[in-house]
Design a protein around this ligand. Sequence first.
Ligand code: TYM
Length: 337
Amino acid sequence: MARVFSGIQPTGQLHVGNYLGAIRSWVAMQAEHDCVFSIVDLHAMTVPYDPAELPKRVLATAATLIGCGIDPERSVLYVQSHVREHTELCWILNCITPLGSLQRMTQFKDKAKQHQENVNAGLLNYPILQAADILLYKASLVPVGEDQVQHLELSRDLARRFNYLFGETFPEPQPHLTRAARVMALNDPTRKMSKSIPGSYVALTAPPDEIQSLIRRAVTDTGPRGEAMSPGVANLFTLLESFSAPETVAHFRTAYEQGTLRYVDLKQQLAEDMTKALAPIRERYLELMSRPGELREILAHGAQRARAIARETMEEVRAKTGLVLEASAASTVAPTA
Ligand code: TYM
């Protein structure tokens, strides 16, 4: 059975982009795969953050994921920093990563521009920690949105390089993309929907009136109407395909093709269907958030299960990279003067 690994940052409210690009696949893959899902708090430290808020965000992320259908009995759901082996493997991979491959990363370039006052080494080394996350569990499938594909290329390069230098150890992880692998920002459909851009996203736990008003304000046509569908309208259709019935999508597509589509109708329908689809997630989320002790227990149990796998991998890695003083090896070391 192929091992699946994926992670999500506890940096804000999870949104429909996260859901359609990744979480929806996580939920589906649980049925057939051995899945490990991590709330990656160490990654969230690479940009300025409030230490008092972080634990609350971690719990809210866990509650949202479970609300979406992640089953913490079936899958391993845990917090990255609770398994120390992530940072240990990250260091070892640091030592086989060419600097140039990090400087080329789109996400690094974007975030370095966004946080000019704090371009720290963690931001640059971010994809190495991500590779460590995946390789630690010897995962071969990684369900993510399109924005993570470049990071996964590096994970594969590092697996290959490690195997070449130290012997066959890691499978090369492949991305698993959904049909909606890149959901665009509602208020600027030339950029991706993102937790860090207010107005760009619909939170998975948003109340109905908020969903309504965000969709109503979504940008549709940005310039003169051309041959191709504008990015804003295309994005609304992506959302419609994900949340509405096929007949509804067909109805609006026909209207678009015939030039009779009224965006206000499309938005009204989308807001209604999205509200219906998200209602059970919000309900379960609110219920779980009222019992934080239970959430902490779920995550502690997840960390225990994750640690068991991580420990085994690291024993192998330490032995292969020369970090174990075996009795026979130790006895042949010449004493230093
Ligand atoms: P993060 O927290 O930014 O996003 C979590 C997941 O949601 C996907 N996603 C999107 N998909 C479609 N459209 C969008 N607008 C959109 N925005 C976000 C992301 O692609 C991601 O799959 N680096 C990762 C976290 C991570 C990780 C890992 C992922 C750390 N270690 C190991 C996989 C494996 C990130 O920042 O995701």
